[in-house]
Design a binder for this molecule. Structure first.
Ligand code: SAM
Length: 252
């Protein structure tokens, strides 16, 4: 899968994408991350400006349509087809694991990183296929959001992760992951749950499933209505809710 990032800060993208799991996936040729500098497409030959004041007044500067459009056209010619273009914006659909899975089906994905007060609306209308936000807060630029997306999407691309680790992680099945432990067996008086040392695989699986349900109920109950729960899961969930209710009554 090829990621193409239109940005004013290409070093930020290349630096982060060349590290760790992403860097290894790129070295193996499973993914590629290319950052294209929008400033190279400025029509201002002297200062390479790419921003200007907003019509109608107001605070800050806006990225101009033309350098972005020229950058996109050049990129499209290199890619050889019109790929999906994601504009990172706090006004977009909020990114989640399901979207990561969906974007991972693409061969090429283009990101447009805004800066300053954002981007001239006309170029968004002309080239953008998806407006995506990484959460309800405002950042200074789209570079970190695009890296967040590239990271999450890459993990869904076959061969990037070893084994089936994406299958057991949080949000798979709309349940959070179970707690995990590694050596030593005891750390500052805290012991690893006995069951994980038992070697009894069926009991370990049952314990892990229950912990996933327990944890999701505790911190992300909104996910449970989308989770695929078996009869046993639902029975366990009812038991947890009853226990919680009793505890709350006792505390009153
Ligand atoms: N004036 C814009 C608004 O109120 O919607 C915010 C502009 S923000 C300071 C500059 C750029 O950062 C945006 O164009 C976008 O690319 C990026 N950005 C900021 N917050 C973001 C978020 N939560 N998700 C995705 N991109 C974000």
């Amino acid at each position: 899968m090829n990621f193409h990032v239109m940005t004013l800060f290409p070093e930020l993208i290349q630096g982060a994408a060349s590290q760790s799991i992403l860097g290894r996936a790129e070295n193996k040729g499973i993914i590629s991350v290319e950052a294209v500098n929008i400033r190279d497409y400025s029509t201002d030959m002297k200062h390479h400006h790419v921003d200007d004041y907003p019509y109608g007044g107001g605070a800050g500067m806006l990225m101009q349509a033309e350098p972005i459009y020229r950058c996109y056209e050049d990129l499209t010619e290199k890619i050889g087809h019109r790929a999906r273009v994601v504009y990172l914006t706090p006004q977009g659909r909020v990114f989640d694991q399901q979207m990561a899975r969906e974007f991972a089906e693409e061969e090429d994905l283009v990101f447009l990183c805004g800066h300053y007060e954002g981007v001239d609306e006309r170029v968004i209308e002309m080239i953008v296929t998806d407006c995506v936000s990484i959460g309800d807060y405002v950042l200074t630029g789209g570079e970190l959001p695009s890296l967040v997306m590239i990271d999450a999407i890459s993990r869904m691309v076959p061969g990037v992760l070893s084994g089936d680790s994406a299958e057991i992680e949080s949000f798979h099945d709309n349940l959070l992951e179970y707690p995990q432990y590694t050596r030593p067996e005891e750390f500052m008086g805290r012991k690893v749950p006995e069951i994980l040392l038992s070697g009894h695989h069926a009991n370990i699986e049952k314990w892990r499933r229950e912990k996933r349900i327990e944890r999701t109920l505790e911190v992300r109950p909104d996910l449970l209505c989308k989770a695929n729960l078996s009869k046993n899961d639902l029975k366990y969930l009812r038991k947890l809710k009853e226990e919680k209710k009793k505890e709350e009554e006792n505390n009153e």
